[in-house]
Design a binder for this molecule. Structure first.
Ligand SMILES: Nc1nc2c([nH]c(=O)n2[C@H]2C[C@H](O)[C@@H](COP(=O)(O)OP(=O)(O)OP(=O)(O)O)O2)c(=O)[nH]1
Length: 148
């Protein structure tokens, strides 16, 4: 190939979109779940959510994940995009899209996680979370300081 000054062709970035939810209760606490033993990032506290399956929209994937992981029903219209994080994750690049949710039906149960906890954003700093989540926590803290 002729040297035209362009950057050398890189391996295509394997982008991995993941949708996640900050369920916010009436006291401004946010639901976290603990990743079960035996999984990648075991025992870290994360926002419920997961990967998008073929043919799904982002919102459809999040509604499905919340039903599978927590046993709750959420209307796609109740999902409010808050912010995102972009971080290297092994050979892939994680694009973690965080939505807030204040309305859902049912009581969250740990159907896949090893534990659930309702936590104020300021208290999340004391929990071990995936590195990509740290800027999301800062955004949530700001949102809940402003909005209550
Ligand atoms: N749900 C969620 N995933 C997160 C967060 N932070 C973070 O780095 N991740 C990563 C962990 C996983 O690599 C990926 C989420 O995908 P997942 O939960 O469907 O994947 P998994 O590894 O648990 O399950 P598998 O389907 O690969 O077996 O995103 C977070 O706050 N919530």
């Amino acid at each position: 190939m002729a040297d035209d000054g362009a950057a050398p062709a890189a391996m295509p970035l394997r982008l991995m979109p993941v949708v996640a939810a900050a369920l916010i209760d009436g006291e401004g606490r946010v639901l976290l779940q603990r990743r079960p033993p035996g999984k990648q990032m075991a025992d870290l506290w994360e926002f419920p959510g997961g990967k998008i399956e073929p043919g799904e929209t982002l919102e459809g994937a999040l509604v499905r994940e919340l039903a599978e992981e927590l046993g709750i029903a959420v209307d796609a219209g109740a999902l409010t995009p808050l912010t995102f994080a972009s971080a290297g994750l092994g050979e892939r690049h994680l694009l973690l899209l965080l939505y807030t949710i204040r309305d859902w039906r049912g009581t969250p149960r740990a159907l896949e996680a090893s534990a659930l906890a309702w936590v104020r954003p300021a208290a999340m700093r004391a929990l071990a979370m995936p590195p990509a989540d740290l800027p999301l926590v800062a955004m949530l803290e700001r949102l809940l300081q402003i909005g209550g």
